[in-house]
Design a binder for this molecule. Structure first.
Ligand code: LLP
Length: 418
């Protein structure tokens, strides 16, 4: 069954109307289909079922505890990039033994906690970081499992802000340095080189850049074997694109089939770190039209959600579909859907043809990934509610912040403090 469908002109997620969700939880509200998340994860799993693999969901895409818990129950691993994400995984019932820790700036405190939790692997991004981890591991009598993140200098063909596999990007190290770092790690008693990884970008719509990086990593693995260093896993990161507008990314099955064909007989576990392709299409953001403001140049539909709730359009000029929750008859007009924030970049969609009236509900589609997770309190706007839909049931999985939540951590100095 489709995740989102219409009945009598009204938009439903699974078996719940978005009108009912708005009536119960108010607007703006994020909603996520539990079964869509499960299906995407299980698609990866079934596509790779005949080879050793671990799907490490990239927590940054959507880090709500309930979502992490759904995935943990299915046996997922997790890709984290901060101690906060690691603690979330633990709080959600995830297994630290299935966690890979990515990111260019892990602090000693973060690495120590990850060592204590005995995570699966540290994805190392520089020589300095490797030395820092080695010192921590030695001092605490531990052996740190490591992978070196290789920058394969591959063009992922995606937005420059989310492209990570080119030499000019801050991520990973070149193959020659990776080779040296593996030799260093191999000789260090507190380091255990177990894998190799890369992540070349996000919202990738072709298989070719993934294959190019895979070849680069395999060459290195074979090279290291001749030096007596044997790696157990190959981690190709995340990045598989989803359908927002006219994109035609490969399906999870097509992508996996290509990787499997190349990796058979290699005696390697395949690790993937998908984020967007697990949660994006499972989610939507419901917002209410506050005012219609036709001007000489443009027609603006001013809604109660804004760039602080969903940053992707403002930050990457991202296009996400906007659907009226209830279709109405009348004359369609072309609207810019904008929020109340005092910035011209505060738009959710431009030039959308719809029949609208004040009070109508709109649903911004594809909002399950990098939506709530990138939300802020800009303009002192509370972060919105999050709801998980499961069949006919809805569960509140994230409370709307109250205004007092927003300044609870702030202090007006009295002048009496020393
Ligand atoms: N692994 C690493 C090391 C990453 O940096 C990322 C995403 C992923 C996995 C997951 O990639 P995915 O499967 O979700 O493409 N905020 C941007 C996307 C930033 C992605 C950053 N890294 C957006 O809204 O488009």
């Amino acid at each position: 069954m489709a995740t989102f469908s219409r009945h009598d002109g009204v938009l439903y997620c699974e078996e719940v109307s978005l009108e009912a969700i708005a009536a119960t939880h108010g607007t703006p509200t994020y909603l996520y289909s539990r079964s869509a998340i499960e299906t995407a994860f299980l698609d990866y799993r079934s596509a790779l079922s005949d080879m050793p693999h671990l799907i490490c969901y990239a927590v940054k895409a959507n880090s709500n505890l309930a979502i992490l818990n759904v995935l943990a129950q299915l046996g997922a691993g997790f890709d984290v990039v901060s101690i906060g994400e690691l603690e979330r995984v633990v709080a959600a019932g995830g297994d630290p033994g299935k966690v890979v820790f990515s990111g260019v700036g892990k602090t000693p405190a973060e690495m120590q906690r990850a060592l204590d939790l005995e995570i699966k692997c540290f994805n190392i991004e520089s020589e300095a970081e490797l030395l820092s981890l080695a010192a921590l591991a030695s001092a605490s009598g531990r052996v740190a499992p490591i992978s070196i993140r290789v920058n394969p200098n591959v063009d992922a063909g995606t937005h420059p802000y989310i492209s990570t596999g080119l030499r000019e990007n801050k991520f990973g190290v070149d193959v020659a340095l990776a080779r040296q770092l593996y030799q260093m790690a191999d000789e260090h008693a507190a380091l255990n080189p177990v894998g190799v990884d890369c992540h070349i970008g996000s919202q990738i719509e072709e298989v070719a850049p993934f294959v190019q990086s895979l070849e680069c990593l395999l060459d290195l693995i074979h090279d290291l074997r001749t030096l007596g260093i044997r790696l157990h896993h190959i981690d190709l990161g995340g990045g598989l694109g989803v359908h927002y507008q006219a994109e035609t990314p490969p399906s999870i099955h097509d992508y996996a089939a290509v990787l499997k064909a190349r990796l058979k007989d290699q005696d390697l576990e395949l690790v993937l770190e998908p984020g967007r392709s697990i949660v994006a299409e499972a989610g939507a953001l419901i917002t209410e039209v506050l005012y219609l403001k036709p001007t000489l140049d443009k027609h603006f539909a001013i809604v109660d959600a804004a760039m602080n709730d969903l940053l992707r359009p403002a930050l990457y000029s991202a296009w996400q579909d906007i659907q009226p929750v209830r279709l109405r008859d009348g004359e369609s007009r072309v609207w810019d859907v904008v929020g109340p924030i005092c910035e011209t970049s505060d738009f959710l969609g431009k030039d959308r043809a719809m029949v609208l009236s004040p009070g109508d509900l709109l649903s911004i589609m594809g909002a399950g990934a990098y939506g709530f997770g990138m939300a802020s309190n800009y303009n002192t706007r509370p972060r919105v509610a999050e709801v998980m839909v499961q069949g006919e049931a809805t569960h509140l999985i994230g409370q709307r912040e109250s205004l007092s939540d927003l300044w609870q951590r702030e202090v007006i100095p009295t002048g009496d403090e020393s």
